[in-house]
Design a protein around this ligand. Structure first.
Ligand SMILES: Cc1cc2nc3c(=O)[nH]c(=O)nc-3n(C[C@H](O)[C@H](O)[C@H](O)COP(=O)(O)OP(=O)(O)OC[C@H]3O[C@@H](n4cnc5c(N)ncnc54)[C@H](O)[C@@H]3O)c2cc1C
Length: 245
């Protein structure tokens, strides 16, 4: 029996692959039972045990699986993520039939500055996978600035560094917020929270603010701070908060 027949809003999606990055961070790939249309930057809503949550999609709409990048919120605070963390390949989750969200690429801008914390990089990965090679993107600039506590939490740094190397119009920069901790001993990149280094980086990149959109995704505290910092500027700002502070 398919769930969508019963309720009209859901379908099943099967877990086909899981990749554990750290104890509390993993990527997972879902194969929905029906075609799932979405725009890069949008999110899907999945559930288990009657609990549903939103997840930004990291895959491109051209891929046949839905790729998610998920952080565990340990119990007793977290509700769905402890359940998702226990899933094995072959298990199923519910998936709402429609993707949602307006956190999508705004093609009217020349410069796209994408700021994210850890799993907040997911929508940018989808945008880059889909839009980078389209002809209308050739005169646009894409800068991804990702922040995390530790160097092993970026998730897509290899893929984004490769894009940076092979495309003149792509820049990937990453910053760790706890540079003095042993886990970050080998870190040679930027240091500090992305919201604290953003204004300096914008100065350095030298983008015309009126041609630039700054996206911010992930941690609500980071987003609030970036929003405040850009408030009286000519930069356009678009946000996706993953939870309420
Ligand atoms: C549009 C949208 C897209 C999202 N995309 C992603 C995504 O790509 N990857 C992802 O991991 N999460 C994403 N989230 C968050 C996700 O929906 C869940 O809230 C999160 O996975 C925690 O679920 P939970 O049921 O375990 O805990 P919840 O019951 O949702 O939350 C428990 C408590 O933890 C807080 N909280 C929620 N998430 C975090 C976190 N990451 N770190 C610290 N505290 C948190 C909540 O405010 C709450 O107080 C997104 C949320 C939204 C609204």
């Amino acid at each position: 029996m398919t769930l969508n027949v019963v309720k009209g809003k859901f379908m099943w999606a099967k877990l086909t692959k899981k990749e554990q990055l750290t104890e509390d961070l993993w990527k997972m790939w879902l194969k929905p039972e029906e075609k799932f249309d979405f725009k890069p930057g949008q999110y899907c809503t999945i559930g288990s045990g009657g609990i549903e949550r939103a997840y930004s999609i990291a895959s491109s709409p051209d891929e046949d699986q839905i790729e998610l990048f998920i952080e565990l919120v340990p119990p007793p605070d977290g509700n769905l993520t402890p359940l998702l963390n226990e899933l094995n390949v072959g298990d199923t989750v519910t998936m709402r039939l429609r993707a949602k969200g307006i956190f999508v690429l705004k093609p009217e801008f020349k410069n796209h500055v994408m700021v994210g914390t850890v799993t907040g990089v997911a929508p940018y990965v989808s945008m880059m996978r889909k839009h980078l090679n389209e002809s209308e993107s050739s005169d646009k600039n894409f800068i991804i600035l990702e922040g995390a506590s530790y160097l092993d939490e970026f998730g897509y740094d290899e893929e984004l560094m490769l894009l940076d190397k092979s495309n003149n119009n792509v820049t990937f920069e990453a910053s760790v917020s706890r540079p003095d901790e042993e886990r970050n001993d080998s870190w040679t990149g930027y240091k500090g929270r992305v919201n604290n280094i953003l204004l300096d980086r914008l100065d350095e990149w030298g983008l015309n603010p009126s041609e630039t959109i700054v996206y911010a995704c992930g941690h609500p505290g980071m987003i609030e701070d970036v929003k405040e910092k850009l408030e009286n500027s000519d930069y356009t700002f678009l946000e996706e908060r993953f939870w309420k502070d």
